[in-house]
Design a protein around this ligand. Structure first.
Ligand code: NAP
Length: 485
């Protein structure tokens, strides 16, 4: 049992139509702590029939929800935000227990997640259409912004809370009910958010959360059910493509936040201290398991050796362990599959000539811990160059010119986040404009927040989350022409 201040935040049921319910099939699955291997609890294993029930409840709730004055919707979102913040410590403990990230990171995620709810509580009141000069004098012409309808959402385990609020709050603000399936590994953070939404007083059916161990079945219902007008997915590019294909028959709107392969470029003229600090954060945060983690660290010839040496020292100071323990700043990988993948990528790089200068194997802590690792002399034909590593492995590549760095950085089907460090003003503009990425940080690695748009180009996705653009994903632009004036 987790030592929560409020034990009722640890829910072991699904949440459909304002009720805590089991799966139609009666099946359950276990949720484990990846740092200890211990079982935390079991939750209902929901499937297609449960998804249908939740979608029907959402559709029934839609008319009243969209008709509710935006100010009132805003107040409900604000109440949810306040409850999330008031319970942040418990929510962070639930997250660390099921996901493994250190307490400080988990707490930070809860606050970031709450910031999306606050932002969209405000945006709910600022949904604006247009009055356009009409094409003829006897007409008046308008663009109305209206809610899309029932939204189905699917989220990953790496940000078990903020990926949920980043979808649910703009949808609700726009006037859409939401049915959401969290990741199999981290349903408890999602259910705790549902408990707080219940307390905030959202009408029945406006939010449903369906834990499931077989995402494909719920996903099939979400994508084939004509009552669902919009699918919002965060996860791997592979599953995103599949869901997009499945959504074609009902021509659903889709928003996709998919995988990344972020380049992190350090030019000879960079402030090396700032670059190292940025690289350490964006490589090892969440044990390397974020979509915007530095996946390829490209370092110019002139400072390559110095940068390697400093990175090696910084990595030696990392302290992997159980996230609830004092001083721990790196947790385990999420599961055995993730560990096997990271191990395979390192083995491939080493086979092809990469040098391990730090780490390079499973950690003595056991479970799914992997040593923070630094690889040098890494090249483009190794799998680490083209695959999303999703682990604490920093591969350092050499380059000699600005042109080469940009070419290497863009040499991927992904286009989510990119970083570069330079003190040259001209280069700041040139490289900033040349990188084919949805988000670029120049001399700044921690740049994501609720105010700015988050999202990718190319195979990293479609659409944006957060910011003033985020709510547009849940709105239709309707042209209304009034004739005979
Ligand atoms: P994933 O395997 O694609 O899973 C994501 C979600 O999709 C989970 O809820 C999963 O359920 C579900 N799912 C899997 N197969 C499905 C199917 N056939 N039909 C319907 N749902 C299905 O990705 P992940 O390993 O959880 O997350 C890591 C990936 O997410 C990385 O690629 C990362 O870059 C990406 N990500 C992107 C962003 C962004 O904003 N761009 C943010 C965070 C993460 P189960 O848990 O039951 O498998």
């Amino acid at each position: 049992m987790l030592n929560l201040k409020d034990q009722s935040l640890l829910r072991d049921s699904g949440y459909i139509a304002g009720e805590w319910v089991g799966a139609d099939s009666g099946k359950q699955f276990d949720v484990f702590n990846p740092a200890t291997g211990e079982k935390i609890t079991s939750v209902p294993d929901m499937g297609g029939a449960d998804a249908r029930r939740a979608i029907d409840a959402a559709e029934s709730a839609w008319a009243e929800w969209r008709a509710m004055p935006a100010r009132k919707r805003s107040k409900l979102l604000r109440a949810w935000h306040d409850l999330i913040k008031a319970n942040a410590e418990d929510l962070a403990l639930i997250m660390t227990s099921e996901q493994g990230k250190p307490s400080k990171e988990a707490f930070g995620e809860i606050l970031q997640g709450a910031s999306f709810v606050e932002w969209f509580a405000e945006e709910a009141k600022r949904i604006e259409g247009d009055i356009i000069v009409p094409a003829a004098n006897d007409r008046r012409e308008f663009v109305l912004k209206q809610p899309v309808g029932v939204v189905a959402a699917i989220t990953p385990w790496n940000f078990p809370s903020s990926m949920i609020t980043r979808k649910i709050s703009p949808a609700l603000a726009a006037g859409c009910p939401v049915v959401l399936k969290p990741a199999e590994d981290t349903p408890l953070s999602a259910l705790a958010l549902a408990e707080l939404a219940h307390r905030a007083g959202f009408p029945k059916g406006v939010i449903s959360i369906l834990p499931a161990s077989h995402g494909a079945e719920v996903g099939a219902e979400f994508t084939s059910n004509a009552k669902v007008r919009k699918l919002s997915f965060t996860g791997s590019t592979e599953v995103g493509k599949l869901l997009m294909r499945q959504s074609a028959d009902t021509v659903k709107k889709v928003s996709l936040e998919l995988g990344g392969n972020a380049p992190f470029i350090v030019f000879d003229d960079a402030d090396i201290k700032a670059a190292l600090s940025g690289a350490m954060t964006m490589k090892f945060i969440n044990a390397g398991q974020t979509c915007i983690c530095a996946n390829r660290i490209l370092v110019q010839d002139g400072i390559y050796d110095k940068f390697v040496e400093q990175m090696q020292q910084a990595v030696a100071n990392l302290n992997p362990g159980h996230g609830v323990e004092e001083g721990v700043n790196m947790g385990p990988l999420i599961n055995q599959k993730a560990l096997d993948k990271v191990e395979g990528l390192v083995a491939d790089a080493v086979d092809q000539g990469a040098k391990v200068v730090h780490g390079g194997k499973r950690h003595a802590l056991g479970q799914t811990f992997y040593e923070p690792t630094v690889l040098t002399e890494v090249s483009t034909d190794m799998k680490v160059f083209s695959n999303e590593i999703f682990g604490p492995v920093a591969g350092l590549y050499r380059f000699s010119s600005e042109e080469e760095a940009v070419k290497l950085a863009n040499d991927t089907p992904y286009g989510l986040a990119a970083y570069f460090y330079t003190q040259d003003m001209g280069r700041l503009w040139r490289v900033g404009e040349a990188l084919e990425y949805g988000m670029v940080g120049a001399n700044e690695a921690r740049f994501t927040n609720e105010i700015m748009p988050f999202g990718g180009m190319k195979e990293s996705g479609i659409g944006r989350e957060g910011s003033k653009y985020g709510i547009e994903e849940y709105l239709e632009a309707k042209y209304l022409c009034l004739g005979g004036i």
